[in-house]
Design a protein around this ligand. Structure first.
Ligand code: SF4
Ligand code: SF4
Length: 133
C-alpha cells in the first residue's frame, strides 16, 4: 500500500519578491522552450538571444549567477525583467522535486527562500502541477 507523501495536506508558500533566488550562486538554465519564449518576449531571434544573454557549455545554455553578480535579467529594482517569459527553473521554484523528497529538504530551503512555510496553503494538486520533472 502506498503511503501519502509528506506534503499530502499541502505546504504554505507565498513569494515576497525578495529576489534572493536571482542572486543565489549557481546557474539559471534555459531549455529550448525557455529560449523560444524569452527571445520572443524581447523581440529577438533565438540565436540573437543566446548570443546576447546566455553562456554555453556541454550542450547547455544558461546564465551564470553568483552573489556579487546576480542574474542579469534582475533589474536594479529587484524585479525580473523577463518575468512573463522567465525560464521554467524560475517559474517553478520552489516547487522542485528535490525539495519535496523529504520535509527536511523543504524546511531547509527556508534558508534561501523566505516565502517557504509562509502565507497561502498550496494544496497537493497545485504542488504537483507546479513541480517540474
Ligand atoms: S527567494 Fe523565494 S520569496 Fe524570494 S523571490 Fe525567490 S521565490 Fe520569491
Ligand atoms: S530569469 Fe528572472 S526570475 Fe530567473 S533568476 Fe533571472 S531575474 Fe530571477
Amino acid at each position: 500500500m502506498s503511503q501519502d507523501p509528506w506534503f499530502a495536506d499541502g505546504v504554505r508558500f507565498d513569494c515576497t519578491s525578495c529576489g534572493r533566488c536571482c542572486r543565489r550562486t549557481g546557474v539559471v538554465a534555459f531549455l529550448d522552450d525557455d529560449v523560444t519564449r524569452a527571445a520572443s518576449h524581447l523581440g529577438l531571434t533565438e540565436d540573437a538571444f543566446r548570443a546576447k544573454h546566455l553562456e554555453h557549455q556541454d550542450g547547455h545554455w544558461f546564465v551564470d549567477v553568483y552573489v556579487e553578480h546576480p542574474c542579469h535579467f534582475l533589474s536594479t529594482e529587484g524585479l525580473c525583467t523577463i518575468h512573463e517569459a522567465k525560464p521554467l527553473q524560475c517559474s517553478s521554484y520552489p516547487f522542485w522535486p528535490e525539495l519535496f523528497e523529504e520535509m527536511n529538504a523543504w524546511d531547509a530551503e527556508q534558508t534561501y527562500c523566505e516565502g517557504i512555510n509562509q502565507g497561502t496553503l498550496r494544496p497537493l494538486d497545485e504542488i504537483l502541477d507546479r513541480m517540474i520533472e
